[in-house]
Design a protein around this ligand. Sequence first.
Ligand SMILES: Cc1cc2nc3c(=O)[nH]c(=O)nc-3n(C[C@H](O)[C@H](O)[C@H](O)COP(=O)(O)OP(=O)(O)OC[C@H]3O[C@@H](n4cnc5c(N)ncnc54)[C@H](O)[C@@H]3O)c2cc1C
Length: 162
Amino acid sequence: MGRLAKIQVRYDEPFWQERGLSGAVFECGDLAFWLFDGSKPTDSLATIVGFIGGKHLDVWHSLSSDEREKRFIEILVNNFGQKSREVRYVHETDWTVQPWTGGAPVTFMPTGLLSSAGSALREPAGRIHFAGTEAAPMWSGYIEGALRAGKIAAADVLGRLV
Ligand SMILES: Cc1cc2nc3c(=O)[nH]c(=O)nc-3n(C[C@H](O)[C@H](O)[C@H](O)COP(=O)(O)OP(=O)(O)OC[C@H]3O[C@@H](n4cnc5c(N)ncnc54)[C@H](O)[C@@H]3O)c2cc1C
C-alpha cells in the first residue's frame, strides 16, 4: 500500500462555491495536498477534504497537531479566502498508523508497472480467476475497479461454463 493521510475540515456552508470555485486544488508547497469538495447533499455541514502522501507526509508528521491544523487552514485561506478560518471542526485520518489498512486506500504502482506487467494480474491460473480491484484494466485500486474486475471474471467463468 502507499502512504497517505486525509484531513477533513468542516464548515457551515460550502462558501467557496459562492465564488464559483469547485474546491479542487493541487497545492504544491512543502505540504503538497490534493484538495477537493467532499460535501454530500445529505450532510448538515460542508467539507473540504485534503490528501497528503510521500515525502510531504514526512513533513506533515514532523509538525505538532496544532501546527498541522494551522498550516492546513492557511492553505485553505490562500485558495478560498478568509472564510476558511470559520471552521466547525477538523478531523485527521492517518492511514499509515492503522494496522489493518497498511498505509493508504490503494496500492502504490510506480510508473510503467501496469503497462509492462499489468496483464499478469488478470491472467487466470488454470480454473482460478482473479476478481480483485488490482486485476481491473481501469480504476485499479478503487471500488470501481473491483466492480469492473468482478464483472470480467464472472463473464470469463460463465464463458467457460457455456
Ligand atoms: C482506508 C481505505 C480507504 C479507501 N477509500 C476508497 C474510496 O474513497 N474510494 C474508492 O473507490 N476506493 C477506496 N478504497 C479502496 C477500495 O476499498 C478497494 O479498492 C476495494 O474494496 C477492493 O475490493 P476487492 O473486492 O478487490 O477486495 P476487498 O474489498 O479487499 O475484498 C477481499 C475480501 O477477501 C477476503 N479474503 C482475503 N483472503 C481470504 C481468504 N483466504 N479466504 C476468504 N476470504 C478472504 C477479505 O477478508 C475481503 O473481505 C479504500 C481502501 C481503504 C483501505
